[in-house]
Ligand binder design. Structure first.
Ligand SMILES: CNc1nc2cc3c(=O)[nH]c(N)nc3c(CCO)c2[nH]1
Length: 376
């Protein structure tokens, strides 16, 4: 995997670049649709490629390990073959999902013991077996096994959790560097900065992660309920320490406004379930602001969902029609709303890339953030 810096914004720390992987190129800043269980929920691969113009999607170790399971994925020749997505894939390592999904789990030095949220069976994730699992899934970019430190938490907890994540990272690197890809293409491992919202811990973690000299770096432990200002302060601090010549991935972020603010701080890659999760309950992000399509006011508005966006779904269907589908609880409702929101997110980062290359990102960002927060 390589990263080429192409432009830096004169008025902020925003930068535009290009990540090259075995499955193709990713232009940054980029948004990565979340495809947890081998699918971006309710979206066809063709729509992802043609309408949304996604360049990379996420898969998840926790979910894929439990279902369909590694034997099926290996027999299929890896996740790219299994779901037919032939562009880049990134998989998260499962630590975060164990905490957000599995009712019972226990952290020990060895790893994390947990019960499957599907059938209650017990499992142990360790840095070593999570590397092997991600080798089998076959994602182009895989994440280190970490603990996403909960927020808020005591300083001592954050410190101990960070040091354990650093010890696990060392074990991830040893295992990953002593194994090969299973399907004939290279994979790369990103380490993850922790340290919660404590400046000295964030500095220590960013310095340690940077010292591992991997091909890209991630910022974890944020977008976990902390105030946006705190997220920005920690991201700004960590980005000032992480090397400029490596892509920076801020995990689990965020709203359109969060994404633009963090691009200005130097972040290159984002993922979030917001566009797909909120779509299913009728919250639409548009170039004019946020729409709750369930609202009465759209009942007889036959204008396109978002004429400015382009792409089949956002221009072919009307607001009134989508409102009807949502109220009727039709499957098509979630499909249309998900494709629309993802089209918007990819449109937004495309605009950001163009603004950065034109050297006008900083001013554009401030205007855009105001507009994006408008509730129509
Ligand atoms: C929605 N907010 C969020 N914060 C995160 C924080 C982390 C984190 O610290 N570590 C790992 N491995 N994954 C994370 C994820 C899943 C990203 O899809 C996060 N997602």
């Amino acid at each position: 995997m390589t990263f080429e810096l192409q432009a830096q914004d004169p008025g902020s720390n925003a930068r535009a670049g290009k990540v090259t992987t075995a499955h193709g190129v990713i232009e940054t800043p980029i948004f990565m649709p979340v495809g947890t269980a081998a699918t971006v929920k309710a979206v066809h691969q063709r729509e992802l490629k043609e309408d949304i113009q996604a360049q990379i999607i996420l898969g998840n170790t926790y979910h894929l390990y439990l279902r369909p399971g590694l034997d099926i994925l290996e027999k299929a020749g890896g996740l790219h073959k299994f779901n037919g997505w032939d562009k880049p894939i990134l998989t998260d390592s499962g630590g975060y999902q164990v905490f957000s999904l599995s009712g019972t789990r226990k952290i020990i030095e060895e790893g994390v013991k947990f019960k499957s949220h599907i059938d209650g069976s017990t499992h142990l994730f360790t840095p070593e077996n999570v590397m092997d699992t991600q080798r089998t899934i076959g994602a182009d970019i895989i994440m280190a096994f970490d603990e996403c430190t909960p927020y808020p938490c005591e300083y001592d907890y954050a410190k101990n959790s960070m040091h354990r994540t650093h010890r696990w990272l060392k074990r991830c690197c040893e295992r990953f560097d002593s194994t090969e890809g299973k399907y004939g293409f290279d994979q790369t491992l990103f380490p993850i900065v922790q340290g919660s919202t404590f400046r000295d811990l964030r500095t220590q973690s960013a310095e340690y992660i940077a010292s591992m000299n991997r091909e890209g770096n991630a910022i974890g432990g944020l977008s976990v309920g902390e105030p946006a200002e705190m997220m920005y302060e920690m991201t700004d601090l960590v980005c000032s320490i992480l090397p400029k010549d490596k892509p920076r991935y801020l995990m689990g972020v965020g709203t359109p406004a969060n994404i633009l603010e963090n691009i200005a701080l130097g972040v290159d890659m984002f993922d979030c379930v917001l566009p797909t999760r909120n779509a299913r309950n009728g919250m639409l992000f548009t170039t004019q602001g946020i729409i709750n399509i369930r609202n009465q006011r759209w009942k007889d508005d036959f204008s396109p969902i978002d004429a400015e966006l382009g792409g089949y779904t956002s221009t072919f269907y009307s607001k009134a029609y989508l409102r009807h589908l949502i109220h009727a609880q039709e499957y098509l409702a979630g499909m249309i709303a998900s494709v629309h929101n993802l089209t918007f997110y990819l449109w937004l980062v495309k605009q950001a890339r163009e603004q950065i290359k034109a050297g006008t990102f900083a001013a554009w960002k401030n205007v855009m953030v105001e507009k994006l927060m408008t509730r129509l």
